[in-house]
Design a protein around this ligand. Sequence first.
Ligand SMILES: *[C@@H]1O[C@H](CO)[C@@H](O)[C@H](O)[C@H]1NC(C)=O
Length: 650
Amino acid sequence: MRLRRAAACTLLVPSAWAFYLPGTAPQSYEAGEPVPLLLNAVGPRYGEGDTAIVPYDAYDDRIGFCRPAVQKSQTLSLGSALFGDRLVNSDFALRMKENSSCQHLCTAELGEKQLAFLPNLVEAYSHHWLVDGLPAAEMRRTADGDIFYSLGFPVGEVHAPAKETAAKTKEGARAEPHLYNHFQIILEYHPRPKEGVNRVVGVVVWPQSIDSLRGRGAAPECGAQEPLVLRDAASAKKDGPQKVAYTYDVIWRESSTPWATRWDNYLHILSPRIHVLSLINSIIICGFLCFMVAMILLRALNRDITRYNALSSYDLDLDPSSTDIADSVQDDSGWKLVHGEVFRAPKLRMWLCITVGTGAQMAAMCGVTLFFALLGFLSPSNRGALSTVMIVCWTLFGFVAGYVSSRLYLTMKGDAIRKNIAYTALVFPSALYAFLHFLNFFLVALRSAGAVPFGTFLAIGALWFGINVPLTIIGGWIGVKRGPLDVPVRVNQIPRQVPPSPWWLKPLPSALLAGILPFGAGFIEISQIARAVFGAKAYYAFGFLSLAATMVGLTAALTTVLFTYFHLCAEDYRWHWRSFLTGGGSAFYVFLYGLGYWASRLHLPGFANKVLYLGYLALVSGLTFMVTGTVGFAASWAFLRVIYSRIRVD
Ligand SMILES: *[C@@H]1O[C@H](CO)[C@@H](O)[C@H](O)[C@H]1NC(C)=O
């Protein structure tokens, strides 16, 4: 229990701080003051049945939900606009501490279009409402009986036809979609008697399906017992549209939960105890592995260095036995033999520099975003803060990309430095931009709310060309001014022959072998994030995430160094691209994990959903590849500098 509380604290401390930052200050209401209820896009409800991944606008005309007379879209941060938040006002009349029952929101007429579309949303989609920045939750029970608040509540439920009727009519019976049209909105408030105000600290909605208009006039009867069954789309042609009254009750309950901890209920869901234990487990395994790797390397290197240095003094003395020693050294490790080759520029050096530069930019972006998250800037009530910070960091760290790319390029004796800087500024961002446009095309085709609005695309384009490109050029220019990196050994005129290496040192097998460890270190967080994303749960365990990211970085660096050492010992000096590939090997497993998750947990309906899932998965694994690849490359570079500066070269 204590462990659980401690874990909850580490989870919550950042979010509690964040509430006192500007923009997320607590909102207080006097009794009777209106409390606005905002609608977000109707999003997929994960965990049951088919799993679509595209959201729809709350007032999409295919849904036919009650629209207010004056429709106002709320201003959103760039990140939340990019990732599918679409907040609109509504006609729900909530007043602080005023209970009401059977309020009539509106009577919607569902025509053929709506009746054809809505059954797909029932059970597979959720309403996402926000009251005072707090998502309307549904109380759900996990498999092990814990109660948790899931984000959003279902649009309806599907009732399988009763067995007898199904048997009687054979194909006539269809599953009955029940639409939820009555909402019991339970709001919790925390009174602050000194100031005479109240704060909203909880929102739960119990939706119900009631046929409140049956046999009556325009006024709905909320006590009705029969469920509201959506009619067949075909019947709308014959009998006209189906009338549905949307109604709601408002119940205010006093709560002792203070405002600062109102997110607890959303956050407890990840079962911190299990989370902590499994993370500690993986840290121990990972630490043990790192220790092993470091020991092997240190011992082998020390032995090698002593022997090489001893050998060169033998050479000077022309000791006849020296040839024997030279032979034996050549047999077991050949990394010194390739000292004239290791810093030879690899094939496609321009592209290597651009890739490493961009990878450094992404790594810096991830690092700073995690840091901000740890400081608590990205509290859950600050919607879209995470993605906004990522976008801003990406833009600003164009500087890093330009600097790393140009210095590396000069070190590799590149002669087209301007081209290098221009490519760094343009190639990867355009590829990403084009890819996002490609995915957006599918969202637009589905008329999804997730489709990125034109304005947002323009804003991103402006950030890119207005800020990122100039910063990349400045970074590149400073890189040129600082000149090439020092390398401890000179490059020979004539390249050596590369002897054939064993199968497991070929680029792909070594990347796959080396990728297992970093993936293993990050696996628990990846599965937690997947569970949060596909389980309508909030994920704010940034403390855990940063720890896991550190472990992944460390393991990626160490395994890559180890493999680079093996490569060089096999007298294969083409380490540049390989170390990037080896470091990024874990991305392959991330992709595989995503495919496995799809196969075992998700049923994506339709072609567009499948393409979108694969597209997002490719983005995530691509980011992993670039970041861990860059870590691997940088670690190998540092390692080679150290070991080659310790040996004596004539
Ligand atoms: C609203 O109704 C609930 C349940 O009937 C009751 O517990 C609560 O005290 C009421 N709240 C107010 C402010 O009257």
